[in-house]
Design a protein around this ligand. Structure first.
Ligand SMILES: [Zn+2]
Ligand SMILES: [Zn+2]
Length: 238
């Protein structure tokens, strides 16, 4: 049993690390074309970002691996595989619930970590990226990584989700985590400045968090920032 759990945790850590290298590496390469010179002089910072991100990969990978093992071996979690196990309208609803729940958790833990004492302990590592790059997506102190690592493994026990929709959630999580830090906006202006854009977080919004610190705490949606008066709008610099 223990070897099974250990193997699953190791495999998941490797998957998270490779996913990080591929996604961050891909968007970092794109950044070289779109913003030539953006990475100049950031070499030492990028090396630190990659180091912290590898530590985060293990912190994310271990609980995910344990839950994946329990799902395979003992039918833990509410992940389902049959397309008609739940009504078809529920298929797209589940990822929205996941993203909103993750966003809510992130907003409040993130805002909490901006209190001076906690900031120094848990969150200063992430803000040491000035400006952030695509490699900063998982650049967290282990304390902060733990707060992030528990969310999806906990949600799969609470909210039913089709395994493919869970894959979609992880894809959105990975791509937005990377692109929100890469220093340029990949979405068209028309979308970012649209009615819908006023509720979505992309690089222009999160960059401002890295510029001003005490605002724009959200992850995917601007709902909590708007509700709590912490939304300072988009960065003027990207
Ligand atoms: Zn950030
Ligand atoms: Zn922050």
């Amino acid at each position: 049993m223990w070897t099974g759990i250990a193997f699953s945790a190791l495999a998941m850590t490797a998957i998270v690390a490779v996913r990080y290298l591929a996604t961050s590496g891909g968007f970092a390469l794109l950044t070289r074309h779109v913003r030539p010179g953006y990475h100049t002089k950031l070499g030492p910072q990028i090396r630190r970002e990659i180091g912290w991100s590898f530590a985060s990969a293990a912190i994310y990978g271990i609980p995910a691996g344990v839950v994946a093992w329990g799902w395979q071996e003992h039918g833990w979690t509410r992940i389902y595989t049959g397309w008609t196990d739940y009504p078809v309208w529920y298929l797209p609803l589940a990822p929205l619930i996941f993203l909103f729940a993750h966003d809510t958790w992130f907003y409040w833990t993130h805002r909490w970590m901006h209190r001076p004492r906690l900031f120094r302990i848990a969150h200063a590592v992430h803000h040491a990226s000035r400006p952030p790059t695509a490699w900063a997506a998982m650049s967290f102190h282990p304390w902060e990584a733990i707060t992030g690592a528990v969310v999806i493994p906990a949600l799969v026990f609470l909210v039913p989700i089709h395994v493919a929709m869970l894959g979609l959630v992880l894809l959105v999580m990975t791509v937005m985590g990377v692109t929100n830090h890469m220093g340029w906006e990949m979405f068209p202006r028309r979308l970012v400045h649209s009615r819908l854009g006023e509720w979505l977080i992309t690089a222009s919004h999160h960059q401002r968090h890295h510029e001003e610190y005490r605002c724009n705490y959200g992850l995917y949606f601007r709902f909590w920032d708007r509700l709590c008066g912490t939304d300072h709008g988009l960065s003027a610099n990207i």
